[in-house]
Design a protein around this ligand. Structure first.
Ligand code: IP8
Length: 263
């Protein structure tokens, strides 16, 4: 079994509010179908991209409920509507490609505590899988037992599901071919074949990336923590633009990208 996290920067244009990349998602869905036909099982998680981050930032939803921000509750509802709209577009694409995908929105099945994912109804995913369905979830706004509400990132969902299912591989599909050896990358900066905790401190210092849920380095740091307790799962960061490579990654063969390791 594998958990595939489709990054928001792959499935949307992150700079333009609610811009979906239909062709890219169509190609990804085609590869997923091919792998499913070959017997691979998946859980799919996707990010929010420009359907979530732009307005979540505007209303400071990552910091929790704040009555001083006028209409914040309307912003919360708007972001939820937008990420569901994105999710429906993805579901439509998966279904069209013959994938029996079903959507499990985090607002209904997850609870945060102080901005961290505390509870996730993994039973819903188990039941979907045991009925030969492909569960799909996504970065969303959720209720928070300390902050009223906050944001649940697709990365946190991915790793929570990973901790439960212990999949063979977790694949983070991004808009870059992996993690660059230098940040910000220059024209000829190489992609790291592996990234371990000793690499990260230098890289993250210069990280200008904006993302209400932590960006690439937040993601990698959480992966290290995940791997400390779980040795059997491989974690990869690969490109969502190279479909041949995506196909190989789904079958675990000749993967080009960065493997997250703790050594
Ligand atoms: O794109 C963020 O999820 P991510 C969810 O997976 C929202 O980090 C609502 C911004």
């Amino acid at each position: 079994m594998q958990i595939i996290k489709l990054g928001g920067s792959v499935i949307t244009d992150k700079k333009r509010y609610c811009r979906f990349r239909k062709q890219v998602v169509g190609k990804i869905a085609g590869e997923l179908k091919r792998a499913a036909d070959a017997g691979e099982k998946f859980v799919i998680v996707h990010g929010a991209g420009s359907f979530g981050h732009i307005k979540a930032r505007e209303y400071q939803l990552n910091l929790g409920r704040n009555p001083k921000i006028g209409d914040q509750h309307l912003g919360f509802a708007r972001v939820h509507l937008d990420v569901r709209t994105l999710n429906l577009k993805i579901m439509e694409c998966l279904n069209k490609h013959g994938i029996s995908a079903v959507s499990l929105p985090p607002l209904s099945i997850a609870l945060n505590s102080a901005g961290k994912l505390k509870v996730l109804d993994v039973g819903a995913f188990e039941r979907a899988l045991s009925n030969s369905l492909v569960p799909v979830t996504f970065g969303d706004v959720v209720f928070d037992e300390k902050l009223g509400f906050s944001i649940c990132s697709g990365d946190d969902l991915t790793l929570k599901l990973g901790a439960h299912f212990l999949p063979e591989r977790v694949i983070f599909v991004c808009d870059v071919p992996g993690v660059y050896a230098d940040f910000p990358p220059k024209k000829h900066t190489a992609i790291l074949k592996e990234i371990s905790p000793s690499d990260i401190s230098n890289l993250s210092k210069a990280n200008p990336e904006f993302d209400v849920t932590g960006g690439i380095f937040g993601k990698i740091q959480k992966c290290f923590t995940f791997l400390e307790e779980r040795k059997t799962t491989e974690i990869w960061v690969i490109s969502g633009r190279n479909f041949d490579n995506f196909r190989n990654a789904l079958i675990g063969k000749d993967i080009q990208g960065t493997k997250v390791v703790i050594k």
